[in-house]
Design a binder for this molecule. Structure first.
Ligand SMILES: Cc1cc2nc3c(=O)[nH]c(=O)nc-3n(C[C@H](O)[C@H](O)[C@H](O)COP(=O)(O)OP(=O)(O)OC[C@H]3O[C@@H](n4cnc5c(N)ncnc54)[C@H](O)[C@@H]3O)c2cc1C
Length: 407
């Protein structure tokens, strides 16, 4: 029953965008977040699980606790049906929630590509459990003392970050040879070309071979075949095929056949149903933006703001994406900060990626900041906030941090 003083908001998907929407809504909103995953996962640093630099528990937070602190509910289940006409969301176990507004923040799913993989030899790189599994498998292979023949499919952000972690952990310790397959003619095709040339330069004395304008066509336990017919040995294949829209977006009427993702107005309301907001990777703005966690957080914050305005009868505001830089880590060999066509590089920039991680974790988990006043995490988080808010404000201030190159 609609009670204007206590609007009901149901959120499908509670990671960056969905969780941020919820924590920004005051307790007089009756908020329920539905997600099959109990833990928030900090995806931008999952590559560090490959080298063992981070442990899974460092990248997870309990959603029930985060939401409980805000006076909201968490329901661990998959949303299977959203019926915008009747304002109801139903879950896999058959539980149904009525809402006054619904937020869809279910992200994307791993793009499996066109390669047949009946034996599940392609190891995805999308979630904590994926990267944990890759790290374990690499340690098993390297532990045997035999040469490790690794294939990475995809030279985008995930492929480069995973390559960096493999080199960090094994270039001095094990006999590792990496073949990286990229379907375009350069690494990171959407980044300035200088990043491609810099990574290739760094890799000249590393055990890495790049294969451009190539696609994986077949995989067996011991070898892969490329489109050109080239065969390469492989003990482990990391698949970084990017993401595609989850089928739910079409099933719920939020995406039509020609839409790559769920189209939204600049208010983040679905183009097809005004009482449904779509935020994060699942959403496609009138001017599409990159699928990045920081956009997801900003969209979550904006969705909460517009929900408050909606229920107090104020006009909704347009979402304006921020111009935050993307930070790409390449193990301990280099880090790149990219904004538009400007690129900075230097290992000192790894602190920026760590600061963002600490900042977001502390934002969702403030208990740690006050609970363990003297804890390392608290200091790191405060340091991260300081670094982010002062040194990382502009390219010029970043240059003062240390040995940083302008590319
Ligand atoms: C390896 C990797 C590295 C990345 N590095 C960076 C980086 O350095 N910087 C950056 O900004 N971004 C990075 N990203 C992108 C970033 O992780 C995403 O943009 C971000 O996670 C999107 O947030 P989201 O909330 O939209 O979706 P997600 O984080 O994908 O969350 C979706 C949530 O929805 C839930 N869900 C799915 N289906 C349902 C359903 N039917 N019912 C209920 N719940 C459902 C899922 O369980 C999940 O919790 C990286 C991504 C990957 C994979």
């Amino acid at each position: 029953m609609y009670d204007p003083s206590r609007p009901r908001v149901v959120i499908a998907g509670g990671n960056f965008a969905g969780l941020e929407t919820a924590v920004r809504l005051p307790a007089h909103f009756r908020v329920t977040v539905v997600d099959p995953r109990l833990s928030f996962e900090f995806t931008p640093n999952i590559h560090e699980l490959v080298s063992g630099c981070k442990q899974p528990e460092q990248l997870r937070l309990n959603k029930e606790q985060i939401l409980g602190r805000c006076g909201h509910d968490f329901f661990q289940d998959t949303a299977t049906t959203i019926d915008p006409k009747n304002s109801r969301l139903t879950t896999a176990s058959g539980v149904s929630f009525g809402y006054d507004a619904c937020v869809v923040a279910i992200g994307g799913i791993n793009n499996p590509g066109a390669v047949k993989d009946p034996n599940q030899l392609l190891m995805p790189f999308k979630a904590i459990r994926d990267c944990q599994a890759i790290g374990i498998r690499l340690r098993q292979l390297a532990g045997k003392g035999d040469p490790v023949r690794l294939v990475i499919v995809g030279g985008g952000l995930e492929g480069i970050e995973s390559l960096g972690e493999v080199l960090r952990a094994y270039r001095h310790k094990a006999d590792v040879a990496v073949n990286l397959i990229e379907s375009e003619k350069a690494l990171l095709p959407s980044a300035p070309r200088v990043v491609d040339s810099e990574i290739r330069r760094i890799c000249e004395d590393q055990p890495v071979t790049f294969h451009f304008n190539e696609r994986l066509t077949r995989a067996s336990k011991t070898r892969i075949t490329l489109g050109s017919g080239t065969q390469l040995p492989s003990d482990l294949i990391i698949w970084t095929g990017g993401i595609i829209a989850p089928p739910e977006l079409s099933a719920w009427g939020l995406k039509k056949e020609d839409d790559p993702w769920a189209p939204v107005h600049n208010t983040l309301q679905s183009r097809y149903f005004e009482n449904v907001f779509v935020a994060g990777d699942a959403a496609m703005l009138p001017e599409p933006i990159s699928k990045q966690a920081y956009h997801g957080l900003d969209m979550g914050r904006h969705t909460a703001q517009n929900l408050k305005r909606l229920f107090s009868g104020e006009p909704l505001l347009p979402f304006a994406p921020s111009g935050k830089p993307m930070v790409l880590s390449f193990g301990d060999l280099d880090t790149f900060m990219i904004r538009g066509d400007r690129v900075l590089a230097g290992t000192a920039l790894a602190a920026a990626k760590e600061a963002v991680y600490q900042y977001v974790m502390a934002h969702f988990d403030p208990a740690r900041r006050t609970g363990y006043v003297a804890s390392t995490l608290q200091r790191a988080a405060v340091g991260g906030i300081h670094l982010t808010s002062t040194h990382l404000k502009s390219f010029d201030s970043i240059l003062r941090l240390g040995k940083i190159r302008i590319l």
